[in-house]
Ligand binder design. Structure first.
Ligand code: GEK
Length: 246
């Protein structure tokens, strides 16, 4: 059962850096839906996009899979024969709960694309040839110095015609845009029932571990990693998703 996120509801004497531990895993589906504008649409559409780009007998990676929302969506839409999804997360409690959720999905629907859930650091992974890679709100948690290396490894592993789907919280170079969309994100969270205290404490927990880039910085880095073309396909407030083509 998924619980309501109340992790930051009480005043904390000291707010520690955010980690994906047992407490977060318990409330994660509620937390991400109430915090990321457009998340359900992004997850559903990732399935559709993967369905279009998955090549027969190829691997699909879901990197930083958390509870496997994008993986579950891809399993619903990928029809190419012989595909296999590798879902990877560094958090042991996430991986454990993700496996439970996937078993529940298997019990309800027959003949879904098989999945291996792996606990590991995606910056250390030996990626095998693949047709689709998903980084759904994961790159922002990777140290900025490691981001280009990871994207380069993904580009190298992708087969011709392969696709990376990259969703991220955005920063904006123009201070007015930054201020305007940040304010609206705050309004979004208030409308979803988070108090001012919860929003403030979550912000100080996450500000050193989640470091957003501008859309331009993402596109420049994707080009440096070798991607021939990238474009955004979704934006809601300061959250966006990008398709990057091999
Ligand atoms: C979704 N994609 O619901 N290696 C592996 N996993 C990592 C690493 C790393 N180096 N660093 C962080 N993570 C999901 C949502 S959440 C986004 C992704 C959010 C994992 C971390 O453990 C967490 O599960 C995930 O990346 C980020 O479609 O919480 O805003």
């Amino acid at each position: 059962m998924t619980e309501i996120d109340k992790l930051f509801a009480k005043p904390l004497t000291q707010v520690s850096d955010f980690v994906f531990d047992d407490d977060v895993v318990r409330v994660f589906p509620d937390m991400i839906k109430r915090s990321v504008p457009g998340y359900p649409t992004i997850v559903e559409t990732i399935g559709l996009i993967a369905g279009q780009y998955a090549q027969s007998d190829s691997l699909i990676y879901d990197l930083g899979c958390s509870l496997g929302a994008a993986t579950q969506s891809m399993r619903r839409h990928v029809r190419a024969a012989g595909c296999r999804i590798i879902a990877v997360d560094s958090s042991a409690p996430m991986v454990e709960r993700c496996q439970e959720y996937l078993r529940a999905q298997d019990a309800m629907v027959e003949e879904l694309t098989p999945v291996d859930v792996v606990q590991g650091d995606i910056t250390q992974l030996e990626l095998q040839p693949c047709s689709v890679v998903v980084l759904n709100f994961t790159l922002q948690f990777i140290a900025p110095s490691q981001r280009l290396g990871l994207l380069t490894a993904i580009h190298q592993a992708l087969l011709p015609g392969g696709l990376l789907i990259l969703s991220e919280k955005l920063a904006f170079a123009d201070p007015q845009t930054q201020q305007s969309l940040e304010a609206m994100h705050y309004v979004f969270k208030r409308a979803n029932g988070y108090s001012e205290l919860e929003i403030a404490q979550k912000r100080s927990a996450i500000e050193k571990v989640m470091l957003p880039d501008t859309l331009q910085a993402h596109q420049d880095r994707l080009a440096n990693a070798g991607f021939s073309h990238s474009h955004s396909w979704f934006q809601s407030l300061n959250f966006c998703s990008i398709m990057a083509h091999k």
